[in-house]
Design a protein around this ligand. Structure first.
Ligand code: AP5
Length: 222
């Protein structure tokens, strides 16, 4: 049965950082809806432009569009054994759609939901120092997790960028959107018995070790 892991937490909590580390350990892909939407940037269509505008404001892309995109991504061959969902679901409607999809199409369910919490101030601090690779999606921090060569991705050498939605006022808006729309998923997954709180304020390696232990406990076969 494929395994699905859902990363939950506000902007800057380290979802992308940890999903990348764990994806390598488990040999399953990281599916980041943020990365999928950012990849639409190259398409010069009205829909792609609308998505970029919504993201630049720090608001959520509509559920129907997001759910359809995830359905298509999960049907791809590399997700056969499951995947790490980073940034999805973000609303109760998305969580319900995911449950339905996993049950009806993949005869599976969400195995564990690591919850990573940080304060709004820490989110702003971390994200101001974030640099991202537009090619492979690897994220760095200028102080906490710098690349080996300044401004260049360790993996593929691409020039690192500061995301358009990483300005402090947009990060604060994204944090408020998280509290209003996504935080209700904490109770949703608590009720299902799959929530596992991880102390996201620790150093990256410690968070990774805690996460690995929680996943091994919840999904012993892995
Ligand atoms: P998305 O790309 O998913 O952004 P996010 O959820 O706001 O999360 P971030 O990527 O900002 O943070 P992260 O938790 O991954 O932290 P990271 O590991 O990078 O979404 C962007 C936009 O797309 C949304 O605003 C929305 O418009 C749209 N969207 C996406 N999904 C959607 C959905 N499902 N529905 C509707 N709309 C959707 O780490 C941050 C920084 O901190 C890095 O520099 C990192 O090096 C550093 N760091 C990480 N861990 C630590 C640590 N333990 N200690 C110190 N520094 C650390």
């Amino acid at each position: 049965m494929p395994n699905y892991i859902v990363f939950l937490g506000p902007p800057g909590a380290g979802k992308g950082t940890q999903a990348k580390i764990l994806a390598e350990e488990l040999g399953v892909p990281q599916v980041s809806t943020g990365d999928l939407f950012r990849a639409m940037k190259t398409q010069n269509t009205p829909l792609a432009r609308r998505v970029q505008e919504i993201m630049a404001r720090g608001d959520l892309v509509p559920d129907d569009l997001t759910i359809q995109m995830v359905k298509e991504r999960l049907a791809e061959a590399d997700c056969e054994r499951g995947c790490l969902l980073d940034g999805f679901p973000r609303t109760v409607a998305q969580a319900e759609a995911l449950d339905e999809l996993l049950q009806n199409t993949f005869h599976s369910q969400v195995g564990i939901v690591p919850l990573m919490r940080i304060s709004e101030e820490e989110a702003v601090r971390r994200i101001s120092g974030r640099r991202s690779c537009p090619t492979c999606g690897r994220v760095y921090h200028i102080d906490n997790d710098p690349p080996k060569v300044e401004g260049r991705c360790d993996v593929d050498g691409t020039e690192l960028v500061h995301r358009a939605d990483d300005e402090p006022e947009v990060v604060r808006q994204r944090y408020q959107v998280y509290l209003k729309n996504t935080a209700p998923l904490i109770d949703y997954y608590l009720d299902k018995g799959v929530l596992a709180e991880i102390d996201a304020t620790q150093p990256i390696e410690t968070v990774a070790a805690d996460l690995k232990a929680a996943v091994q406990k919840a999904i012993p076969a892995k």
